[in-house]
Design a protein around this ligand. Structure first.
Ligand code: E4P
Length: 217
């Protein structure tokens, strides 16, 4: 499973990248606002840190403007994935931009039929939002499973990028279902390493190292 981090915080991206945990980055207008940075500048900085796909979202809602914005974003670096919303105009822009050799991430997906359309439009990634479905008492993981089945039925190569992940269990469940990629906030990715028995075991080992004076270097 590929790990993308869902943030425009350059320091957090650099830290996770140094752990060797990052396969890519996703941003959106809310994350750019939170970072308080110019979208073109911060996206360029992120692309210089991470080798894998960096999703940068268009601001327009009309297909022609989305295409123009997508072309401008794609010029920032070779690893840009242009992010477009799952609307009919977004799908049209997806078709054109992928036809020109760009990666496209179709975002704000909340149904299996929307994901089917994105695959037909040639999307590189489809981003189903799990957490936001859970927020309205639906099951986001059911959506991931439905999309997995549909894509496998027809051999679509669009990668399922599980988004709006809120918990470590979301990550595990998406991996069990077979999502190709997950994107999560930095804190969720770091929490994947936590286990109380790891902490307890390490404390005991450290005490024995001290008592026995064990040294390697
Ligand atoms: C994905 O690309 C989105 O940026 C993101 O996962 C949205 O998550 P949220 O629902 O927590 O805002």
């Amino acid at each position: 499973m590929k790990f993308f981090v869902d943030t425009a915080d350059v320091d957090a991206i650099r830290e996770l990248n140094e752990f060797g945990l990052l396969d890519g980055v996703t941003t959106n207008p809310s994350l750019i606002k939170k970072a308080g940075r110019n979208i073109l500048e911060v996206t360029k900085e992120i692309c210089d840190i991470v080798e894998g796909p960096v999703s940068a979202e268009v601001t327009a809602t009309d297909a022609d403007e989305m295409i123009a914005e997508g072309r401008k974003l794609a010029k920032i670096a070779g690893n840009i994935a242009v992010k477009v919303p799952l609307t009919l105009d977004g799908l049209k822009a997806c078709k054109v931009l992928t036809g020109e050799g760009n990666m496209v991430n179709v975002t704000l997906c909340f149904s299996a039929n929307q994901a089917l359309l994105a695959a037909k439009a040639g999307a590189t990634f489809i981003s189903p939002f799990i957490g936001r479905l859970d927020d309205i008492a639906m099951d986001g993981l059911d959506l991931i499973a439905e999309i997995r089945q549909i894509y496998d039925n027809y051999g679509y190569e669009t990668q399922i990028l599980a988004a709006s992940i809120r918990t470590v269990n979301h990550v595990k469940d998406c991996a069990m279902i077979g999502a190709d990629v997950m994107t999560a906030p930095p804190a969720v990715i770091k929490s994947l390493a936590n286990h109380p028995l790891t902490d307890k075991g390490l404390d005991a080992f450290l005490a024995d190292i001290k008592d026995a004076g064990i040294k390697i270097l």
